[in-house]
Design a protein around this ligand. Sequence first.
Ligand SMILES: Nc1ncnc2c1ncn2[C@@H]1O[C@H](COP(=O)(O)OP(=O)(O)OP(=O)(O)O)[C@@H](O)[C@H]1O
Ligand SMILES: [Mg+2]
Length: 334
Amino acid sequence: MEAAPDEDDIVAALRGMGLAGPQEAVALTPLSGGVSCDVLLAAWDGRRVVVKRALPKLRVEADWRAPAERSQAEVAWIEFAAALQAGWVPRVLGQDRARHLFAMDYLDYPVWKARLAEGHVDALFAAEVGRALARIHASSARRVDLARAFANDAQFHALRIEPYLLHTAAANPDVGAAIRVLADGVAASRIALMHGDVSPKNILCGTEGPVFLDAECACYGDPAFDLAFCLNHLLLKAAWHPADAKALLTAFRALKNAYLAGAAWEPRAELERRTAGLLSALLLARVDGKSPVEYLTDAASKDFVRAHAKSFFVRPPATLDELSGPYFASAMAR
Ligand SMILES: Nc1ncnc2c1ncn2[C@@H]1O[C@H](COP(=O)(O)OP(=O)(O)OP(=O)(O)O)[C@@H](O)[C@H]1O
Ligand SMILES: [Mg+2]
């Protein structure tokens, strides 16, 4: 475990950014999450602000490091999304590059993960997530300026390719070669701007639709990675709560269809095939990678996920329906 955040330093940063006055007493409360960062709610004089500071070593059991400069990538991604639709992200209030932190509006909304865990599976919301994600990818596709601004390949490798794909490949020699091909494909892609962590725990259910958080892995690359990363959580939730599998399938289709409807930057069949491949690997990664989902604890659920993920390497699905149909049908039958 890292040491507790240096509160005096955070308060000094808030004053330095011109947010808190020199005399104001600032109360800091850690927010949930915080695997890779200190995320704190700062309150003073009726104001509530979130401060996010990147840590050089992530709080997971495995040794997993990444440069703290990723804080700047996160702010840049938020600003890109805000220019498309302000409500899709929290407003950035200030940045302290030397301290690797930034401040943003505190938004008092539930995270999508919590809603899904309660069995509240809203397909309309899932469609909004898909639509927003496609718009962000479409607006960033084939943009040389963004490819240069978000050439964060080393960070993406450290935070995504190695822990999710290569670690999983090493743990599963039977499908390792196929996963390494997928990893190489993502690393070589320069198609659109990836958020890099589109997970329900990083999406707030706002009154006007989804709000995306946690873009510290943002990198120019393969939009299929984001789509697969997000859809994966709907598969995993069905292994966790089979009673919700039918609703999760509806949400999966709604998200996927809304996304594909907005994806015109490349042939959809190719995009979908790549997404299905990455989804197979990421599904396996969430039981055998460096960051397994914490809620699949029993061996039967892990085996269920592992067996399905591996079956997709034996007969690679060309479409997301080909992948999700048999998976959710088996989840419903559990
Ligand atoms: N602007 C915000 N408004 C409200 N809640 C927020 C805000 N930013 C972060 N949070 C809360 O704090 C949690 C952690 O934030 P974030 O995901 O950005 O940090 P992280 O350290 O990268 O976390 P993790 O590695 O666990 O995903 C979020 O899941 C959310 O619950
Ligand atoms: Mg997060």
